[in-house]
Design a protein around this ligand. Structure first.
Ligand code: UDP
Length: 239
């Protein structure tokens, strides 16, 4: 059973369990998809029914950061641990490299996915990259067709939220892939275009603050974080 945090149901898994579950899905017929919501996305889901349906319709819903973990604990239904999308993806790629599965990288600005592919192949020897495409296309059809023709087993869909969640819900099956993972800005991290917060910051639940210092224009989006905590408190009061 999923743990409800303001209308989004999260799977209560450790990182190792989440990766194992994704690996199992990757070996099964049919298209499945993974989402990694943070408080900002939970807030978007409160306002946008289509986004909420796409997120809750996923086969794996993983808490991306400490905010959701805090929220779940405040509601008296704690989650085991945070499972940041970028780390989850790293573990999954290690397994894909060993198991001979192929990966398609979709998203980010032109050139970023290609650069990420090169770096990931060096980092995970044996990883098969089926193809890449930037995230600034007008029509889904040709991109879906390109992925289908690539024969990819897995697709990392990095178009930002909630675009990527809606995209996977609408197009997942048509890509022919077994597993799609919505991973936000991960391709920028894999390409080395954007740095992740040093371990100290993430260990202290301050990854969001690090990102804010690096990219002050995120302030508008980040104001959703205190709003999320206000909504969690209200929800706790109703229980
Ligand atoms: N992006 C994209 N297509 C779009 C809008 C965004 O490919 O139409 C990419 C953008 O270039 C970035 C990623 O989606 O690489 C979103 O990154 P962000 O840091 O906003 O996502 P988060 O990790 O915070 O969800």
């Amino acid at each position: 059973m999923r743990i409800d945090v303001l209308g989004v149901g999260f799977d209560n898994l450790t990182m190792a369990e989440a990766v194992e579950k994704a690996w199992t899905l990757l070996g099964q017929p049919g298209a499945r998809y993974v989402v990694t919501p943070n408080p900002e996305i939970v807030e978007v889901c409160r306002e946008d029914g289509e986004a909420r349906a796409a997120v809750n319709g996923a086969d794996l819903v993983l808490p991306d950061g400490v905010g959701v973990i805090k929220g779940a604990a405040m509601l008296g239904t704690p989650l085991k641990e945070k499972t940041p999308g970028v780390e989850f993806a790293g573990h999954l790629m290690a397994k894909m490299a060993e198991g001979g599965k192929s990966l398609y990288l979709l998203g980010a600005k032109p050139g970023v996915a290609e650069l990420a592919a090169k770096r990931l192949q060096a980092q995970y020897p044996g990883l098969r990259i089926a193809g890449t495409h930037d995230g600034y296309f007008q029509e889904d059809g040709p991109v879906v067709e390109e992925i289908r023709r690539s024969g990819a087993d897995c697709v990392f869909v990095c178009l930002g939220a909630p675009k990527q969640e809606k995209w996977m819900a609408a197009n997942g099956t048509a890509t022919g892939a077994s597993l799609l993972c919505g991973l936000g800005g991960s391709l920028d991290v894999f390409a080395g275009v954007v740095a992740r917060a040093p371990k100290f910051w993430s260990d202290h639940g301050l990854e969001w603050f690090y990102r804010l210092c690096k990219e002050p224009r995120r302030i508008g989006r980040m104001m959703k974080l205190p709003l999320f905590l206000v909504h969690v408190r209200q929800e706790r009061g109703r229980k």
